[in-house]
Design a binder for this molecule. Sequence first.
Ligand SMILES: O=C(O)CCC(=O)C(=O)O
Ligand SMILES: [Fe+2]
Length: 338
Amino acid sequence: MSVDSKKIRKVPKIDLSNFDSRRDEIKEQLWNAATTHGFFCLVNQQFPSKSDILEIFQLSESFFKLSPEQKNKTPHIKLKNTGYEFKAQIRPSSTTKLPENKESLQMQLHRYDENWPNEEALGYEDWKKKVSSFILKVQELSMMILDIFSEKLGFEKEFLRRCHDIHADTAQSTLRFLHYFEKSLDVEGETAINSIISDDESKTTNWRCAPHTDFDVMTLLFCKEGDKGFEYCPGRESFNDFGYGDEWSSISPQTGEIVINIGDMLMSWSDDKLKSNFHRVRYVDDSMADRFSIAWFNQANTDVSIQGPDKRYEPVTGKEFIERAMKRNFDRLNGIVN
Ligand SMILES: O=C(O)CCC(=O)C(=O)O
Ligand SMILES: [Fe+2]
């Protein structure tokens, strides 16, 4: 498929205004979107508000402006899914196996005193408090949605909420600040980008973020207005490896809107009723400038047992689920086929 022949799909937009009085209507819309597209956009949510979202982008940029030395004081700890990494992530779908041209910072609320940036260096008053307050808002919004999925799946209403306790030592949910570099800044990546832009997408290397599904339960993604390059294949419509050759659609949300995708953990937990999906971020011709995005990955606590009401899959703990997903990625990167 050529780069220009994107399928235009209408991403479901779900209006959350007057949530309490409209909850039944919203419930049906969320269920519909999650069981078909697996991908939808929230608008008019009470929190995090547009100003909360604008502020969190400022907080993220203030971190990325620090010197490499300062940023490296919060090192990436893989097993704890926290900290700062620079051009480190290689996704199995990347044909070049070059690290993605980006830096990122991951934070978990329960590790607030363990591996978060140093506030003095940031020179931004209450940076950590403000990031935590954003996490609490994005967590509550996520739980409002998971309560609905709990009910629809036939679990007790707050069942999924209880499985996502971000204050416990067993928490796994993570906030990730992402900064993709301007194309011209990456010499190695640029060579690859210029050398292989192919109609055969499996040979294309011009990804900011190569095709993948998320391991988690549900991801809330914040983008900046006018941002281009985010593409998705809805509802596991994709039947082949990483969605290559499938019909991809692009989405450019407005600031304040929240893009949601269902992850593999919830797909499995719902006996495949809710659809995880492939997504990717490409360099688009007129948008080579740097790009910032923010993702909130909802992941069940390590000690939770994950199994759908129909018991389609064997039970697995939150910890095992993530470990297996990471191992699958590792094996694919190393050419091991399971
Ligand atoms: O940066 C983006 O817009 C998407 C990031 C993403 O999909 C991920 O980190 O899993
Ligand atoms: Fe993702």
